[in-house]
Design a protein around this ligand. Sequence first.
Ligand SMILES: [Zn+2]
Length: 260
Amino acid sequence: MSNKNRMKPGLMVVLLAIVASLVSVGMYLFREYTEDDYAGRPPVLASSEEETIQEVEEVEVSAEDDPRFKDTESILVIVNKKHPLAADYEPSDLVQVSVASNGVQMMRKEAADALAEMFNAASQEGITLVAGSCYRSYATQVDTYNYWASLYGQAEAERVSARAGYSEHQTGLAIDISDSSGATYLSQAFSNTAEGQWLYAHAHEYGFVLRYIEGKEDITGYMYEPWHFRYLGKEMAKEVHGQNGLTLEEYFGIDGGEYE
Ligand SMILES: [Zn+2]
């Protein structure tokens, strides 16, 4: 045997070792990929696969078409810069709120009742809340938007106020809450008051959530508004509150952000 021939078995061993390593790494990676891809999903028999997919398509309703969010009578109706209300929409069950307020304020009956319960509970703990702006009609919103635009210009008005038809206040389910003195009304400073702190800890127990949360301006379309609360009903408010900083747009899977 020449030297050349004697080296061949050695080379073969090295090559085999490399191939074996590659194969085992490949099998490992493939196994990981497979487990990840199917994690949590029940195995589907090939024969029933088509049937299963059709079933899912039938029951799945896009959040954009879900009547719970579209129907203006619904307590969960979503209004934002992508989802306006008609100019002539006015809730049919508006009542005057029965709590301390800045002038006469109206909300839908269910929200007004929950508001009274919440303000009373706060008062038991020495916290005095005042209802600022609640329901605003389309016409009022025209004035509100124009007021902010005249003060700060249109660009800034877009951040703090809605164009008429796009305000959640037109639903009769939204409220701007003030401290008792009014010193921090519609101000970021409200977030540091005892009134604000009480609301962030308890509002969901009465069916209200903070609507325009910090750091989600591109999703809600509005700057952080530590004073603006939205009535959702107790059950849903607790669920949304428990999501740790999810906006309604994110939680329900609905388009938000800027105007189209
Ligand atoms: Zn508001």
